[in-house]
Write a new protein. Sequence first.
Length: 92
Amino acid sequence: MAEVRASHILVPTEEQAKELKEQIDNGGDFGVLAKAHSKCPSGNKGGDLGWFRRGMMVKEFDTACFSMKEGEVSGPIKTQFGWHIIKLTGKR
């Protein structure tokens, strides 16, 4: 069964998510930004969520992760938890 590994930054507003995505696109370090801004406990690990299979995350997050290429960083994704910037770090 396919698995992906992702890191994310969770913030409360779309505006903050867009600002962080712009910083990443301009060379900002994803892990450093996750530690500084993410509201998820995974922020302490640079946003790393480890490996997971389809259906283990909320639908919007799951759909985004399984449609991305390794190394890709998503635009803001809204879920019930807030706004996410996702970096796909692995596929197997």
